[in-house]
Design a protein around this ligand. Structure first.
Ligand code: ADP
Ligand code: MG
Length: 273
């Protein structure tokens, strides 16, 4: 007798269609105020898995605030930020929105890595210990496991030979690469970069961008606030121009850089090209 659910029928075909197509990051109608000042004024943004989104825009336009909202480092006033489908910062209770506990926020944040303009390494720890610290304390790795992971991460950023060095003995570019290794060690599903090369001497910018390019090639999902238009043109799947708390233009690098019709974008890009 042919069962309507014979194994061959059940296993054939794309049963899990749509199971994993949701964007890794979904931002809808995001508003953020600092006191009276509305800094983000309705941001809508999707970041798909393995997508690289570069965020550009004038100083004070809200780029860092947006990234901090994505990282769960900042509360927001309206709208939604979802990471892998999970609402960040709030929780629904009886149809109303209540602030999530710090434990809930930390659970979502666990999958988000962030790298800042200032490298924020612990000065009293070697490069290796900087990378191992959160593995030991947060992830509860054994020293042996943490050491193995940290070695691998330093190798990934080309600093295998600098494990014992203290931050003060490293160049800015090397410190930033350690900061990247430290974030990667936690196995984030997305990496957020806020002007990672802006504090660097010009000759050190390239080595950090190189590491980020490799990361992108390896399929890491990334949001990068940057003034490095060459990097954005080369690496971004999508470029987002933020102006006065709104996304004024977004599209493929070619569209944003070459077909710039938006007057404020043209004006902004004139400083770079
Ligand atoms: P960008 O990174 O694009 O330069 P920011 O997101 O840092 O812009 O800042 C956007 C606006 O929000 C600026 O006017 C800034 O002064 C203001 N702002 C940022 N953080 C705070 C804060 N913690 N308190 C008050 N105002 C803030
Ligand atoms: Mg900023």
């Amino acid at each position: 007798i042919d069962s309507p659910l014979s194994p061959s029928e059940v296993n054939e075909g794309p049963i899990f269609v749509n199971a994993s197509v949701a964007p890794l990051v979904e931002v809808r109608g995001l508003h953020k105020r600092f006191n009276e000042t509305e800094v983000l004024r309705g941001i809508d943004l999707d970041i798909g898995k393995s997508e690289v989104v570069c965020v550009i825009g004038p100083s004070g336009s809200g780029k860092s605030t947006l990234l901090r909202c994505l990282a769960g480092l900042e509360t927001y006033d309206e709208g939604e930020v979802r990471i892998e489908g999970e609402l960040l910062g709030y929780r629904e209770r009886h149809g109303r929105r209540v602030r999530a506990s710090s434990a809930e926020i930390n659970r979502v944040r666990r999958n988000i890595g962030m790298v800042f303009q200032q490298f924020n390494l612990w000065p009293h720890m070697s490069a290796l210990d900087n990378v191992m610290e959160a593995l030991l304390r947060v992830r509860r790795f054994s020293r042996h496991e943490a050491r193995a992971r940290a070695d691998l991460m330093l190798e990934t950023v080309g600093l295998s030979h600098k494990g014992d060095a203290y931050p003060a003995k490293l160049s800015g570019g090397q410190q930033q690469r350690v900061a990247i290794a430290r974030a990667l060690a936690m196995e984030p599903h997305i990496m957020l970069f806020d002007e990672p090369t802006s504090a660097l001497d010009p000759e050190l910018v390239g080595e950090v961008l190189q590491v980020m390019k490799q990361l992108a090639r390896d399929g890491m999902t990334m949001a990068v606030v940057t003034h490095e238009m060459g990097f954005a043109a080369q690496v971004a799947d999508k470029v987002v121009f933020i102006d006065q708390g709104r996304i004024a233009v977004q599209g493929k690098p070619r569209e944003v850089f070459h077909d710039a019709k938006h007057p404020r974008l043209r004006q902004f890009l004139q400083n770079y090209f």
